[in-house]
Write a new protein. Structure first.
Length: 276
């Protein structure tokens, strides 16, 4: 079946949606990172990362914007295409940028672009109950979807900044309900950003699909961080959940391997990286 793997020098088949589901069932943490170009993608892949996200975070760490809002579909297609060329094993997910999925037809057209032109295997979109119809439409057309809950960076101007979400009981209940409805609509993964540990734990235990966290505590099915953050490239203040894995490492590859190992053995995140 995987006759191309021998040519690519691979010892195991590429990660897919079924692989990620099995990892959740088996209790194996899923190590995820962002990437934005072929060279770093190859390093991330060689380090053993399971899932790579071409995130709209590129607007901030690559393009120099203050938020992710200015990122376009063309931007994501361009960077996803490059990242795809650098990957062998890791599963590639691409972000759907701000206002690129306001209606089912528009969402489908842009998701098709991300997969056909960008080489993505799944698309990620932000939103709760308001995105159930969009997720249903994409799933009906066999587009794998990652639903993003908690802190939604595309909504930063609406919520008044980058703030922890779900601390109030009613917010936590709403987030859990949205996660379940998005799963029922066809979401294959749920990503939680900046939520208290307990919220991450409850949602993870309540869903059949993998739950990936960024600042969502130690009890989710996997962790994701921004590549430039863990390599100490990002200047200025970084979020609480960030850890610089480059410290003490003699190369970026070793730092990336340290991150993957820390996710796998659950030594990351530590309490100082979490929210209560």
């Amino acid at each position: 079946m995987y006759t191309q793997l021998e040519q690519r020098g691979m010892s195991e088949p590429p990660v897919n949606v079924s692989t990620l589901r099995t990892m959740k069932t088996d209790g194996e943490p899923i190590a995820c990172l962002t990437a934005y170009d072929a060279s770093f993608a190859a390093l991330v892949d060689a380090a053993g990362t399971d899932l790579v996200l071409v995130g709209d975070s590129l607007g901030m760490v690559i393009q120099g914007h203050d938020t992710t809002v200015p990122v376009t579909v063309d931007d994501i297609v361009y960077h996803s295409r490059m990242v795809a060329r650098g990957l062998r094993r890791a599963f590639l997910v691409a972000d759907m940028p701000f206002m690129s999925y306001t209606k089912p037809g528009q969402a489908l057209d842009n998701a098709v672009r991300l997969m056909q032109e960008g080489g993505a295997m799944m698309v990620k979109l932000e939103g709760g109950d308001d995105q159930v119809q969009i997720v249903e439409h994409l799933a009906r057309h066999d587009i794998p979807v990652c639903a993003h809950l908690g802190l939604k960076p595309q909504s930063v101007h609406k919520i008044g900044g980058f703030k922890v979400q779900g601390r109030e009981p009613d917010q936590a209940r709403d987030m859990l309900g949205s996660a379940q409805r998005l799963q029922d609509a066809g979401a294959d993964i749920v990503l939680l950003e900046c939520v208290p540990n307990e919220v991450g734990k409850i949602i993870t235990e309540s869903l059949d699909v993998p739950v990936i966290g960024i600042g969502a505590g130690p009890d989710v099915d996997g962790q994701i961080l921004v590549l430039y953050d863990i390599l100490g490239i990002t200047q200025g203040r970084t979020p609480r959940f960030v850890k610089n894995f480059q410290t003490g490492c003699d190369s970026p590859l070793v730092a990336l391997q340290s991150y993957v190992q820390a996710v796998k053995d659950k030594s990351y995140p530590e309490p100082e990286h979490c929210f209560s």
